[in-house]
Design a protein around this ligand. Structure first.
Ligand SMILES: Cc1cc2nc3c(=O)[nH]c(=O)nc-3n(C[C@H](O)[C@H](O)[C@H](O)COP(=O)(O)OP(=O)(O)OC[C@H]3O[C@@H](n4cnc5c(N)ncnc54)[C@H](O)[C@@H]3O)c2cc1C
Length: 454
């Protein structure tokens, strides 16, 4: 294993993977450091990838994100992009295949991958990161690189490097997702037919879901059962801070992924807080399993099939970049000239310290400018994924996995171009970067309509 690299990416999730692959494909010597035993980050939970199709029906993610989906399709590891009235599109993936494909794609590109390697210390001199250390199963290793990309989700690298960062006082709650087996879809659909009000969305969603849509869909997300929660609460059988159950059907018959636990006040950049969140969510899964079996039609004989590897964080630290994406971009659905990826989802906020979720539909994709990936004060640092520079008012739009993957590809490509031209990241020639991204099938403008055959 080398110790000196052109580019080091910390975090092997949706943001970090394309960053490492893109930089390595441009001929850079790349190290990817991941603290868990597998690549994938939250994609390993089995949640569907969102963000490939915008509300107007445009296909907005090509390049490496789409390549992941194509590679998954080769092994029957995805159902492809499926239309969804709430999420625009759902790209259901098999998480086990995702981690295999992720490792394969990194190795094919020539990325050196470290698993079981947690970032420990960062040395910053004259506003540049000069060295980092990682704890690799008890062994401390040091590395250096010309450019560093923070894809840890929580901006671990950036905060340790002294980069300017922001974090809201009230954070969106974290959740631990889990999978249920042996759900009887016929019984569930029969209940919906008899109780269409069960699928009625609250006003805070700004969009509608009708029960009919569930009948023909290859896969779907369901948000509802408010009436069953109310009944269970009356019987002292439900204490979670949630007003609706959210689950999505997966590729395997009878399996659904439940996204309903809620750890309010948890900050995943704080160790004690993570522990509290994990403990609370494990307790909630037990309660939810009891709820499903006792109250939810179609779930009478279900079983707990798996729990996601770790508590998922919706929000913690983000860098302050050369630019920050703000809700101004929503006024006209801006796609500025320096766009390096398209964010084609809706503004999805799990309201802190409440039972609710608010969803603001966004008419079509918005552009993420390059400057959102570049640290304002640490010259050789970029962020990709959840910790990029996005204002809290619009953060619910960009934090999804598809968009994080798009940011990753842009960051890795930019790192390579900057190093090759011997320039600072902030001085990147935007048109050169965009030309390179377009050549690699990245979609930087709307207009390519998605059809189920895509
Ligand atoms: C409950 C929940 C449900 C969601 N549902 C969806 C959904 O249905 N679809 C969707 O598209 N998005 C969904 N999201 C959002 C999405 O999953 C995340 O925002 C996205 O995964 C962020 O990608 P990332 O690469 O920035 O971070 P992550 O996916 O968190 O990946 C970060 C990686 O960095 C590693 N890492 C962290 N710190 C260190 C360190 N110090 N040293 C080394 N490695 C480190 C982690 O182990 C991880 O592998 C959901 C989020 C949550 C919490």
């Amino acid at each position: 294993m080398n110790t000196t690299y052109d580019v080091i990416v910390v975090g092997g999730g949706p943001g970090g993977l394309p960053a490492a692959i893109a930089a390595a494909r441009e001929g850079m010597k790349v190290l990817l450091i991941e603290r868990s035993a597998a690549l994938g980050g939250l994609a390993n939970s089995g949640l569907p990838l969102l963000g490939f199709v915008d509300r107007a029906g445009n296909h907005v993610l090509g390049g490496i994100p789409q390549e992941f989906v194509d590679r998954l399709a080769e092994v029957d590891g995805t159902l492809g992009h499926i239309q969804c009235p709430i999420h625009n599109s759902l790209t259901i993936i098999n998480p086990h295949w995702f981690r295999i494909i992720a490792l394969e794609m990194c190795q094919e590109a020539g990325v050196d991958v470290l698993l079981y390697a947690e970032l420990m210390d960062v040395t910053t001199t004259d506003q540049r990161i000069t060295e980092i250390t990682a704890l690799c199963r008890g062994e401390i290793r040091s590395f250096t690189a010309s450019v560093f990309i923070d894809a840890t989700g929580d901006a671990c690298l950036s905060t340790k490097a002294g980069a300017l960062c922001q974090k809201n006082e009230k954070l969106q709650p974290g959740s631990l997702t889990f999978t249920i087996g042996n759900m009887n879809k016929t019984r569930f659909l029969k209940y919906l037919e008899e109780h269409p009000e069960s699928a009625k969305l609250p006003d805070t969603y700004g969009m509608a879901q009708t029960h009919e849509q569930f009948f023909d869909a290859k896969a779907f997300t369901f948000t509802g059962f408010a009436e069953l929660i109310a009944l269970a609460r009356q019987n002292n059988d439900f204490s979670l801070p949630r007003d609706r159950i959210i689950f999505m059907t997966l590729g395997e018959p009878g399996q659904v992924m439940v996204n309903t636990t809620r750890a309010n006040g948890v900050d995943t950049s704080d160790y004690e807080s993570v522990l509290q969140g994990e403990f609370a969510c494990h307790r909630q899964i037990k309660e939810l399993m009891r709820f499903f079996k006792k109250y939810a039609p179609g779930f009478e004989d279900c079983y707990l099939a798996s729990i996601s590897p770790c508590l998922g964080s919706r929000e913690s630290y983000r860098i302050i970049g050369e630019k920050t994406l703000t809700s101004d971009a929503l006024c006209h659905c801006d796609i500025p000239a320096d766009t390096v990826t398209l964010a084609g989802y809706n503004v999805d906020v799990h309201v802190p310290y409440s039972e609710q979720l608010s969803l603001q539909p966004v008419k079509h994709a918005v552009g993420v400018p390059f400057g959102c990936l570049v640290s304002q004060n640490i010259h050789n640092l970029m962020a990709a994924g959840r910790c990029a520079s996005v204002d809290s008012s619009i953060y619910g739009l960009t934090r999804i996995m598809g968009t994080c993957m798009g940011m990753g590809e842009a960051a890795g490509t930019a790192a390579a171009l900057a190093l090759r031209s011997n320039i600072e990241l902030k001085d990147m020639d935007g048109s050169k970067l965009r030309d390179k991204l377009l050549k690699n099938n990245v979609i930087l403008n709307i207009g390519k309509k998605w059809t189920p055959a895509d």
